[in-house]
Design a protein around this ligand. Structure first.
Ligand SMILES: C[S@@+](CC[C@H](N)C(=O)[O-])C[C@H]1O[C@@H](n2cnc3c(N)ncnc32)[C@H](O)[C@@H]1O
Length: 414
């Protein structure tokens, strides 16, 4: 069930929009979030993006406790990973705040993708090593496909970077939602140069050189370069604008005409323009109103009129999910699992999906000795968990006591 209308730009925080999208309704997500560069980006005066600005600084006030609770309750591996980031950083927790901000959004991205869907997360070496682990926790390590290195081309570092190798690449992490998504991949090729001859002296046969995971790096790429040339009509002046050719390559490879492409950080609408030019449906989100102005302008300028299938629509209210039972929307399970080594000790925890939680205990326990003793769905799951932890002796979230009494206390809480 899809509750998105193609050609819509939502102008608000993407978390609200992502939370309003039905599960399994999107085929491809490309996201190019702030990179945690600890600075503010502004479009130059006089450019068509003038007025656009976004902050790439993350602090404690950008994070909500509610997100951290959700991660602790429903995504245990992720919770552990984020805590370890805090430990690496010591006193300043900027990376932790950034990653928590990203995690809560990537959880929703994973949920809204169809089983055959894929995601491309654009980042750079500031955070790519942390984001890969974050993606492993959320999408599953086995669904990792490629780390694409995109050589940016002209970078200001040529002039300003005093030490070290000139920084000139971004990283794009490509993951599948499930193994079935591997089927949705249209292999692409860079045509052979006209004067290309094989080592045996013959003219080449076949489509060309298959594209590797390093883009814009080899001499073959000269024929298919992925850069915004300084006088090209696609240049808007929007800070961090990505080339249309980059998005066309991704969309062509990992979706089919008519598929739904979502960009939750759409900026000056590059993904949306690329999707329109390839006959895909699209939805974009950006906190900045500029995105809407620019998509209208760019569709008119960069896509041939006979290929534009409709006017973009502007929305500020997020979509409303139509695939959940609202009576159960705010409830979770309180569950009880006995410790496999210490009789009389029980884990009393919270989970959205209790079967999945038991599965994750059993994965770390090949003897399968963990079993579910009891579970109970309630809107008061947080209060019940707190009450049990306060009433019984507990060490590291394992409480000791009589199982029957613990269960009675959980049931009798209301
Ligand atoms: C790196 S830029 C994206 C550039 C884009 N790929 C392009 O080619 O123009 C990141 C964008 O994310 C937007 N943004 C930042 N936080 C956001 C949020 N929570 N929700 C929606 N958009 C957000 C910023 O306004 C900015 O336009």
């Amino acid at each position: 069930m899809v509750n998105l209308k193609s050609r819509t730009i939502y102008c608000r925080d993407n978390l609200d929009v992502l939370r309003g999208i039905n599960s399994k309704s999107v085929d491809l997500i490309y996201l190019d979030p702030p990179f945690n560069k600890k600075k503010v980006f502004t479009a130059p005066i006089g450019s068509s993006a003038e007025g656009a600005e976004f902050s790439d600084i993350f602090r404690e006030e950008d994070i909500k406790n509610e997100w951290l609770d959700e991660i602790r309750q429903d995504h245990y591996a992720l919770h552990e990973f984020l805590n370890s980031v805090k430990n690496i950083e010591g006193r300043s927790s900027y990376n932790f705040f950034y990653l928590a901000y990203m995690a809560i959004r990537l959880i929703e991205c994973q949920r809204v993708l169809r089983g055959t869907g894929s995601v491309y997360l654009h980042c750079d070496p500031t955070m790519s090593h942390y984001l890969k682990l974050l993606m492993d926790c959320i999408f599953g390590e086995k669904h990792f496909q490629n780390e694409i290195i995109w050589r940016i081309g002209w970078v200001s570092g040529y002039k300003t970077q005093k030490r070290g190798w000139i920084r000139n690449h971004d990283t794009i992490l490509y993951y599948l939602k499930t193994a079935a998504a591997a089927k949705i991949f249209n292999k692409s090729y860079i045509p052979y140069p006209p004067d290309y001859v094989r080592r045996d002296g013959k003219k080449p046969t076949g489509a060309g050189v298959p594209i590797e995971d390093t883009w814009n790096c080899s001499s073959a790429d000269v024929l298919d370069s992925i850069m915004i040339k300084s006088f090209s009509k696609e240049k808007t002046g929007y800070p961090t604008q990505k080339p249309l050719a980059l998005l066309q390559r991704i969309i062509r490879a990992s979706s089919e005409p008519g598929d739904m492409v979502l960009d939750p950080f759409c900026g000056c609408a590059t993904t949306l323009v690329a999707a329109e030019s390839l006959q895909r449906d699209w939805v974009g989100v950006d906190v900045s109103y500029k995105a809407f102005e620019l998509v209208k302008e760019r569709l008119g300028r960069e896509v041939p009129a006979d290929m534009v299938s409709g006017e973009p629509e502007f929305q500020t209210a997020p979509p409303k999910r139509t695939d959940i039972d609202t009576t159960q929307a705010n409830t979770k399970f309180v569950y009880v699992i006995p410790h496999k080594n210490y009789p009389g000790e029980y884990k009393v925890g919270i989970a959205k999906d209790v079967k999945e939680r038991l599965g994750s205990y059993q994965t770390s326990d090949p003897g399968r000795s963990f079993k579910l003793e009891f579970s109970f769905r309630s809107p008061h799951y947080q209060e019940i968990e707190k009450f049990i932890h306060a009433k019984y002796d507990n060490r590291h979230e394992w409480v000791s006591g009589d199982l029957r009494r613990i269960i009675e206390d959980i049931k009798g809480w209301d």
